[in-house]
Structure formats: C-alpha cells, structure tokens
Design a protein around this ligand. Structure first.
Ligand code: SF4
Length: 377
C-alpha cells in the first residue's frame, strides 16, 4: 500500500511547472495540520493499513521543518503500520539541502531523496526560472551521499530550447555531469509547455517557439544511448534505474496498485473502480478538512477508462502490456484494441511476445500516440 503527501509550497515558480503550489509559506502550519487530519479521516481508504512506500511530493517538501515532519510521521504511525523496509522518498530542491537539513531528513526517517536538478547548464536554469545554481546541484548530491543517502534520484529536463550553437553538446555535458554523480536512479522528462504556465503564456504571445519534435527525439535518443552505456535500465519512458533500483512508489502507479494521496491537489486510487482528486486550493482545502470533509471529486471509472488507463500506463513500462489483463478488464475493449495491433506492429512501434506487448525503440518516441491509437473509443 502506498501513501502520497502533497506539500503545496515552493520558494519560486519555475516557468514550466503546472503542479499545484503557493509561493507564500504563511499557511504552512495549517496545511500540515490539515494533511494530518486527512490521514486520520481516510485511514480506511486503502484495502490494508500496511504502507510499503511513503512519498513526500509537491511543491517542495524540503521546505518542511523538523516539527512538521515529526507531526506527520507521528500521525502516519498512529494510523497505519509502516513496513520496516518501506521506501520513504522526499522531493527536494538543491537550495534547501544544507548539511543540517540533510541530517534532519535522515533523522526523521527519509531514506530516498528525489532531487530536482533539471539542468547543470546555468543559462538553462535561468531560462527555466530555477532558484538554484548548477554548482549547488552538484554539491547537494555529494553532500547527501556523504551523510549516508545512497538511494537518490535526480530529475533532468531535455529539449530545452537553446540559441547556442550546439544544444546537443549541452545535453551531453548535462548527462556526463549526472553520470559523474553515480546515483542509482534518474528521471528525465521532455520539456512540455502547459497552457497555465509562464511558458504557456510566452508561447501564446510568440515570445518562445513550440518544442520541435525532431529536436526532442534526437535529445531522447542521446539520453537512451548515454544511460544505457552507464548501466541504467529504462523501466519507464522517463525513468532509468540501476538493476534492482526502480522507484517502488512510482512503480505502484504504473502497476495500478491502490494508493492514498493526501494534501491539496493529491490524487488517490482505490485499486478497483474510483479515482479521487483533492481540491487544488490551500485555504479551501484546509477549511474543508477542519470541518471534517474531504474536498475531493470522485470519478467512477468505466470499463472503457479502466482498459484505456491500463494500456496508457503499462505500455510506457518495461513490464509491458498483458493481453490477458486487457481481456479481463473489458472483452469488448480488448476486441477493439486487438484489431489495431497489426497496424502498430507493421509501423514497427510495438512487438508482441506471447501474450505481452511492448513498445519498440521506435515506438518509445511516440509512446502516448501509440497508446492513443490503441484506445477503445
Ligand atoms: S518544478 Fe518543483 S520547485 Fe519548480 S515550481 Fe514546480 S513544484 Fe515548485
């Protein structure tokens, strides 16, 4: 069973980000109280109360202070039984990770860090409106390793538009710097421009151009070649791990396990028929929770949703998509999808091994499009 906690605060808004967060930290204590109350109110949401992973995401959970962590962990331990080997991840920004903060995180029980680096190239960090420098990013990973955090993942972004002569050389250098850190896990995302972000506004006003697909595909290929050469396995389109080191928490989403998400904008999945989406508004969230109400929209998943979601998530992973599972979820949907498979095989985007289908190397370039072509509509 899996618990996600959304900590909705950031020091500064990155220009590409459309997650829910506030740059005012004033309401932090109220939100922490409300998150703890929500954990109490929803302690029976999961089929069993044993947690195998806990994930502090955001936002920037590294902004929390020791008393916040103690309050949250106390509540979790009162309401759930936590597997002694549980993976407990915290997303962090390099500027927060001082030696004292790292020691505090170790003390309160965090055993995996997800560090948002995005780039080691100073002009790119400025363009993305990241708050930290490339040096801080390097140093914080080494400092985390020196205090005993071995289980570290870093986030990188590629296809960042650049006016420099050789943008691929910049990306190769970013990757070389990432390899030198010798972390067991890397997530690398193609820059996407979401409408509600600063980049979205700039795109509409033509201050920036859309991301060029072939440029993005070339950068993706450089990523695959480099990480493979250094012993990382691509176990999901954007996620790479050394053997035995995939993220257990994120894998639970892709394997469609039940999870409880608490905090403003957090999502939950009961593992069967419904998803739940918390309100993305800090004060309204707090005020509803104070009245004992969960401010969430509940979505009943139809047979069509279930099979389409399964295909969308599983196809992106190295575990692949099971034809038997598809048939189990919907015989009608499976008949529809089966008719589309030969065409995708002819295009060279998927391959079939017994009753499993997988994206080919070429198919990975269009993972979402391949899934959409398979969708039962
Ligand atoms: S990318 Fe991370 S740090 Fe930047 S605004 Fe989004 S949640 Fe905050």
């Amino acid at each position: 069973m899996h618990l996600y906690l959304h900590i909705p605060f950031c020091r500064q808004a990155c220009y590409y980000c459309d997650f829910h967060f506030s740059t005012s930290l004033n309401g932090r204590a109220d939100v922490v109280d409300a998150i703890c109350r929500e954990i109490e109110l929803r302690n029976d949401y999961l089929p069993t109360p044993q947690l195998d992973t806990i994930y502090f995401g955001g936002g920037t959970p590294s902004l929390l202070e020791e008393a916040d962590f103690q309050q949250i962990f106390r509540t979790i331990h009162e309401q759930f039984s936590v597997n002694p080997a549980a993976e407990i991840t915290l997303e962090a920004n390099p500027d927060d990770l001082t030696l004292e903060k790292l020691q505090l995180l170790k003390r309160v029980g965090i055993n995996r860090l997800s560090i948002g680096i995005q780039s080691f190239h100073e002009p790119h960090l400025k363009h993305l409106h990241r708050i930290h420098s490339a040096d801080e990013a390097q140093q914080c990973v080494r400092m985390a390793q020196s205090v005993g955090f071995e289980n570290i993942t870093i986030d990188l972004i590629y296809a960042i538009p650049s006016s420099e002569a050789d943008p691929h050389a910049i990306w190769r250098k970013d990757l070389a710097q990432a390899m030198a850190l010798n972390v067991p896990h890397i997530s690398a995302y193609c820059l996407t421009i979401e409408p509600q972000t600063v980049f979205g506004k700039w795109l509409r006003s033509k201050r920036i151009a859309p991301i060029d697909d072939s440029f993005a595909a070339e950068q993706f290929q450089i990523l695959l070649d480099t990480l493979r050469k250094h012993g990382y396995e691509q176990y999901e389109i954007s996620n790479f791990a050394r053997p035995g080191r995939p993220s257990q928490h994120n894998s639970s989403y892709w394997l469609q396990h039940p999870y409880l998400g608490v905090g403003p904008s957090a999502h939950s999945y009961d593992g069967k028929q419904t998803r739940q989406y918390n309100l993305s508004h800090n004060t309204q969230y707090v005020s509803a929770i104070q009245k004992g109400k969960i401010p969430a929209e509940i979505e009943d998943l139809s047979e069509q949703d279930l099979i389409n979601e399964y295909v969308l998530t599983s196809l992106r992973t190295h575990w692949g998509t099971s034809l038997d599972r598809m048939a189990e979820l919907s015989s009608q949907g499976f008949t529809f999808m089966k008719a589309v498979l030969p065409e995708l095989q002819t295009k060279g985007w998927i391959r079939q091994e017994k009753s499993m289908i997988y994206l080919t190397e070429a198919g990975k370039l269009f993972a979402d499009r391949v899934a959409e072509e398979l969708f039962w509509v």
